[in-house]
Each structure stands twice: as structure tokens, then as C-alpha cells.
Ligand binder design. Structure first.
Ligand SMILES: [Cu+2]
Length: 446
């Protein structure tokens, strides 16, 4: 099984110094420390720490659900304990134990995929949302079955993820005078869209899909050196950059010769314009971008007008890996985490060949920038945002109500079928306290 460690070297953090040092890691606040994690656990009487540690530490004991509230939960309906109805008895994925009347194999499959998404993080919900909400959630998931996923890590922990890659192996430039130098390889890789699916043959920058996030400041001089380890030619385009020199534009047979196998090519330019940009193959691109040659290029302005407590990069693709967010499909997709009172920023980027309307349940998004350019007085609010191929939108969401809110593409065939939800689905998990988020993230990074 593909463990979190495969995302990159593990942190060697100790209790005294577990600071995630990359100030540019999405999701992870720069002040996240082991002590912060412990403080978070203290807020929930220690239960959260135990639960989140157990959730993600491979050798930790599996926490048990507190099943007591189930029979007398807020819903007031006892969990069925009788034999399974005959209509569902043949469902191959059906766990032993109870199955509510009227369930079909579709319901069993649909529930199983959500069970995989939540995994053994589920017990932490008790400390986060309180007993009554926990009882409802346990009822919805059918926790009384003591189903196997309760003791498995969430699906999104079992495959490499962009935010973990960026946190654990941030792409740090060398300095050559006042030039920031980034070195990347272009590689053939095996990609696990989902830990239960066979790996597919993909391509990646530095062995990652999406590639490592490249971050600079507006006005920086950038040198990006790419070595092509493929057995085919390629070219790299920095998408959305206002180049001074058009020969840096990365289009083979227009502004350069393709980068041959074994070859190295250097792009050098000044990051004139700020915002959410991208880098990707611009050669045989339907195939090469579809196989994973894509990544985020973030140019920070000197004074960012959009203040956010957490940031998420959300790159969609829809080719050889299916319908994906950051290279993964539900349930192997990291949730958006936020604490009440926080503002999060989502940088939507579409590297696919189709438009995807992203729909946020429970909250409106304030769209403040398009293609990296601030919208100013044209900023608008919506709960469904169509993002066309090549487009980027920056969305701000200020959260004031806890909950687990679905967040998905609204082309329904991209998200749900007879086996339940798949592809372009995740959730926004809003928790009452910042420490809850820090605890979960720390456990992911541990
Ligand atoms: Cu879609």
C-alpha cells in the first residue's frame, strides 16, 4: 500500500522543533508545531490527540468508536441490528451486521466509498463536533457495523498528495545573484489515483503529479532548468506569465526546439505579473498534460490584497487519470479544512480539457481574481463556479458554521455513478477550533 511516506522524506521533527518551515505550504500554517498539536489535543481533553494520532500513525492502536450513543442518539432511532434484508444480502461489499431496509447494492457501495474517505479519522469527530452530532454521523456511516474502514487510514492519506509533497519536500530555489534558480526533472512515474486502483503510467515533474509548486515573488528573476528523463520530447510553458522575451514562452517549434530525451532546457524570465499561474507541457499536450505534466506557479505580490488563514491549490484534470483534483479522485482526495472564523483561499486551476463547475455546499465563495488578475469591484459571490480549461480563479471563503460540507464538480457524470461518488468530489470540513485543524494536519505529517 502506498503510504504517506512515499510523498517524500518524513520530517525528523521532535517535540521541541517540529515546525513546518515552509511558509508557502498550502493548508499548513507556518506556526504549526508539535506543541500546537498538543495544545489542540488539550482542548478536547486528549481524545482528539489520541484519535488523530491513531488515525494516521501506522503502528498506533486503532481507536474504537464510542458506540453507546448510537442506540439513543439524537435521531432517536435505534440502529437496526437484525439480519440483512434479502434484497441486499448478496451485495458483495456488504459488511456483516445490520443493513437498513430498502438499501440496494448502490447504497452499500455509496456508503463504502464515504467510509473509505473518512476512515479512522471518524473517532476524532466525537471530540470535534460533540456527542449529539457524532451520534448522527455514526448512524449515517453505520458505525454499529464496526466496518473495516474504521481501522484503516482515510483514503486520502494512502496516496501522495500535493500539499504533503509541498510541505515535506518544498521546492526551494538556489540563488545565483538575484536570480532564483529552480531545477526540475521530467519523469515517467507510476501514479496511484486511488489506493485501490492499479497504478497507471503517468508523467511528473520531480516525480510528482501535480509537480511541486513553484513560488516566487512578483518582480523576481526566475531561472527554471528542466531535465527531460522521458523517452519522448517535451516543452514547458509557464501559463499566464507576461513575458518580456517571447522565446521563454515554451512552445516547441514556435519559440524553441523541443527538449529531447536526456536534454536540459533553461527558461529565464522576470515574474512581472502576480497571481495564480501554472506550468505545464506545451508539446503533445493533450497526452502529456493528461498524463500529469502540470503544476502550480504562484507569484506572490508585494502586498497581497487577499488575506487568508489557509490556502489550497486545487488543480483539476480530466484525462488519463479520470476526473481528478490534484491527481486523485474521491475518496482519495484531501478535504478542505478550516476552523470557524478563518478565511480560506482556494486557487482553482483547470489543467483538463473540460469545464468543471465547482459547487460549494453551505457556503458562498467570493471570487476575487481570475487568471491571477484581481477582479477589484468586479469580484462576485457564487456557490457554483465554472472553470474552463486553462483558467484560474481565486476564491475566498470565510467560515462561520461547523460541518462537513460536500464540495464537488457539478457535472454529475464527473462525480457520481452507480458505485457511489468518485472523481471530482471532496468536502470542506469546518471545525470549531483552529487547533482541531492543526491536530489533523500534524497527524498527517507525523
Ligand atoms: Cu467536472
Amino acid at each position: 500500500m502506498n503510504e504517506i511516506a512515499e510523498a517524500g522524506p518524513r520530517s525528523t521533527a521532535t517535540d521541541e522543533a517540529a515546525t513546518v518551515t515552509s511558509p508557502t505550504s498550502p493548508l499548513i500554517p507556518s506556526d504549526l508545531t508539535r506543541r500546537g498539536f498538543l495544545r489542540g489535543a488539550a482542548l478536547t481533553g486528549g481524545g482528539l490527540m489520541a484519535a488523530t494520532l491513531a488515525a494516521c500513525a501506522p503502528t498506533a492502536p486503532t481507536p474504537g468508536w464510542t458506540l453507546g450513543p448510537l442506540a439513543t442518539g439524537a435521531l432517536g432511532s435505534p440502529v437496526p441490528t437484525g439480519p440483512a434484508p434479502s434484497a441486499v444480502a448478496s451485495a458483495t461489499a456488504a459488511p456483516s451486521g445490520s443493513l437498513p431496509p430498502g438499501f440496494s447494492s448502490h447504497d452499500i457501495d455509496a456508503r463504502n466509498v464515504v467510509r473509505r474517505y473518512v476512515g479512522n479519522l471518524a473517532p476524532a469527530l466525537k471530540g470535534i463536533y460533540g456527542d449529539a452530532a457524532f451520534a448522527k454521523l455514526a448512524d449515517i456511516l453505520g458505525a454499529a457495523d464496526n466496518y473495516p474502514e474504521l481501522s484503516a487510514k482515510p483514503a486520502f492519506v494512502q496516496v501522495p498528495q500535493l500539499f504533503l509533497n509541498d510541505a515535506l519536500t518544498p521546492l526551494t530555489p538556489e540563488l545565483d545573484g538575484d536570480v532564483k534558480v529552480f531545477r526540475l526533472t521530467i519523469d515517467k512515474i507510476k501514479v496511484n489515483i486511488d489506493e485501490l486502483k492499479d497504478p497507471i503510467d503517468g508523467l511528473g515533474y520531480n516525480g510528482q503529479w501535480p509537480g511541486p509548486t513553484i513560488r516566487v515573488r512578483q518582480g523576481d528573476k526566475v531561472r527554471a532548468i528542466f531535465t527531460n528523463n522521458l523517452d519522448e520530447t517535451t516543452g514547458v510553458h509557464f501559463h499566464g506569465v507576461d513575458f518580456d522575451d517571447f522565446f521563454q514562452d515554451g512552445v516547441p517549434f514556435v519559440t524553441q526546439l523541443p527538449i529531447v530525451p536526456g536534454g536540459t532546457y533553461t527558461y529565464e524570465f522576470t515574474a512581472r505579473n502576480a497571481g495564480s499561474l501554472m506550468y505545464h507541457s506545451h508539446h503533445n499536450a493533450t497526452d502529456q498534460v493528461g498524463r500529469g505534466l502540470l503544476g502550480a506557479f504562484i507569484v506572490e505580490p508585494a502586498d497581497d490584497p487577499f488575506k487568508a488563514d489557509r490556502e489550497y491549490i486545487w488543480i483539476s484534470n480530466d484525462a488519463l487519470g479520470g476526473f481528478t483534483i490534484n491527481g486523485h479522485g474521491f475518496p482519495a482526495v484531501v478535504p478542505v479544512l478550516a476552523a470557524v472564523g478563518e478565511t480560506i483561499r482556494i486557487r482553482f486551476m483547470n489543467e483538463g480539457v473540460m469545464m468543471h463547475p465547482w459547487h460549494s455546499h453551505g457556503y458562498a465563495m467570493r471570487i476575487v481574481a481570475r487568471d491571477g488578475r484581481p477582479l477589484g469591484s468586479a469580484a462576485f459571490e457564487c456557490d457554483t463556479l465554472g472553470v474552463n480549461p486553462g483558467e484560474r480563479y481565486d476564491a475566498l471563503i470565510t467560515v462561520d458554521r461547523p460541518g462537513i460540507w460536500a464540495f464537488h464538480c457539478h457535472v454529475l457524470s464527473h462525480v457520481e455513478g452507480m458505485s457511489g461518488m468518485f472523481g471530482m468530489v471532496t468536502s470542506m470540513i469546518v471545525v470549531p477550533e483552529k487547533a482541531h485543524v492543526d491536530a489533523i494536519v500534524a497527524a498527517l505529517l507525523a
